[in-house]
Design a protein around this ligand. Structure first.
Ligand code: ADP
Ligand code: MG
Length: 445
């Protein structure tokens, strides 16, 4: 019936709406007389409930249901889909009244099908981690062992780990792959101890070819789990089995982690993922839009990429909001619509300014090509705008002195000197002061 429900829905809404909201749904079967649908996050849940519950019930009614009921359930994070098109068409729904048959034990099932290398946009923020992951995927157990990836939440650590899993699964179908969060590992261990099944627990984790352990920082303070993990680690390592670990911080910053574990984590390669640069953010949005077959102008993606700067999960959420907003109000995508759609969520945030923006504004004010300002010229006509640009970048962005220096092909002390120069002149040189103030106002909106 699920296919029929989808067929009915599809006839009644636009393609964009269908692909955004219905294609990613998972049919979880009938529970207590209600059709349960899995959604990827609470935003989607709320939205579907508000906008489409009636439509779904109509669909069921049209198929003969007397008292149609639909409910939505947020799927656990590991299955949390990207903003990407749906999985292959769902199989036959389980018979109502009986719980769905247990999923056959296949470790690859724990890998999110969307988290592949193909779907991973590489930028300066993550290229080292990406290269290391690829190297490990190509020669597991040989390149770097363990591979330790760290970075803030929502920057792609889990995605990258799963990508290695998929890659190896495809090339070596008989390799055993196990992905586990540290939390799950801990809980399973606790259960195993309680049920007197520690031997099974050990055998399971010590017989895999690839072990992916997510958010290892949660080992902090868990002595028994650390002990167990230590032995798992050794068993795998000695047998040249690949281990990949993720964390929100490097091993040395994980408090109350046993020294012997910490040193093992440092045996292989430690690599980090940073927040994506503007260009990478635009590329990620673009890929998402294309996968969803959403035809959205570049300038709208750019606006979204400027508003959401740190977390990729939020970046995807923002795109979803814009799509939802314009489909609900039945207006085409535009910068104004996007700004409106995001205004509630991101209003308190200040307008984010990029180095390139500042440079362009300064260049146009001084009537000079940006490349000349960034170039090596030492005449006063070029030096002043360059100093102003560096001063304003430091003032308006979060970039560090070394980063600004790099952008200008200079070292941080030169930037510091420039900033001091401009600071000294402010208030004294009225023309310069006016220019700086005008530019600042222009960019801060
Ligand atoms: P973390 O594990 O670091 O918290 P995730 O791996 O869960 O982050 O990533 C959060 C979301 O951002 C996921 O939907 C993921 O697919 C997406 N994502 C992260 N990095 C990239 C990237 N480089 N290209 C495309 N999507 C990405
Ligand atoms: Mg993660």
């Amino acid at each position: 019936i699920w296919a029929d429900v989808l067929g009915y829905v599809r006839k009644n809404i636009s393609e964009v709406e269908y692909h955004t909201w219905f294609a990613p749904l998972k049919n979880l079967g009938v529970q207590d007389g209600s059709l349960v649908l899995g959604v990827r996050n609470s935003f989607a849940q709320e939205w579907l409930r508000k906008q489409y519950q009636g439509l779904l019930e109509d669909a069921l009614r049209s198929l003969g249901a007397q008292h149609p009921q639909v409910s939505f359930q947020v799927l656990p994070a590991a299955q949390d889909a990207l903003l990407l098109p749906s999985d292959p068409p769902p199989g036959p729904p389980p018979t109502p009244g009986r719980p769905a048959a247990p999923v056959p034990v296949d470790n690859r099932k724990t890998l999110n099908p969307k988290y592949t290398f193909e779907n991973f946009v590489v930028g300066p923020n993550n290229n080292l981690a990406h290269a290391a992951a690829l190297a490990v995927a190509e020669s597991p157990g040989k390149a770097y062992n363990p591979l330790f990836v760290y970075g803030d939440v929502g920057l792609g650590k889990t995605h990258l780990m799963h990508a290695v899993g998929h890659y190896i699964a495809e090339r070596f179908p008989d390799k055993r792959i196990e992905y586990v969060s540290t939390e799950t590992f801990t809980n399973e261990l606790i259960n195993a101890i309680r049920e007197d099944k520690t031997t099974q627990f050990r055998n399971r984790y010590r017989s895999v070819d690839l072990l992916l352990v997510d958010d290892i920082q949660f080992l902090a303070g868990k002595e028994r789990t650390q002990e167990e993990f230590f032995h798992t680690f050794n068993a795998l390592y000695e047998n040249h089995k690949q281990i990949i670990l993720s964390s929100d911080r490097p091993p040395k910053d994980i408090q109350t982690l046993e020294g012997r574990l910490r040193s093992r984590f440092e045996w292989g390669l430690i690599t980090d993922i940073q927040s994506p640069e503007y260009e990478t953010r635009v590329a990620i949005l673009k890929m998402n839009a294309e996968h969803n077959r959403i035809d959205i102008p570049q300038e709208v993606l750019e606006l979204i990429a400027r508003q959401v700067t740190t977390n990729i999960r939020e970046l995807e959420g923002a795109l979803m909001r814009v799509v939802a907003f314009s489909s609900l109000n039945n207006v085409p995508f535009s910068r104004a619509v996007a700004a409106k759609a995001l205004s509630n969520v991101f209003a308190p945030q200040e307008v984010k300014v990029e180095m390139m923006d500042v440079l362009r504004q300064v260049a146009s004010h001084f009537n000079m090509p940006p490349d000349v300002i960034r170039g090596s010229g030492r005449v006063r006509e070029v030096v002043i705008p360059r100093q102003v640009a560096q001063y304003l970048i430091r003032d308006l962005t979060d970039h560090s002195l070394p980063e600004i220096g790099q952008f200008f092909g200079r070292d941080h002390s030169t930037v510091m000197h420039a900033i001091n120069k401009v600071t000294e002149q402010l208030g004294k040189d009225t023309e310069l002061t006016a220019a700086v103030e005008m530019l600042r106002r222009k960019m801060k909106g």
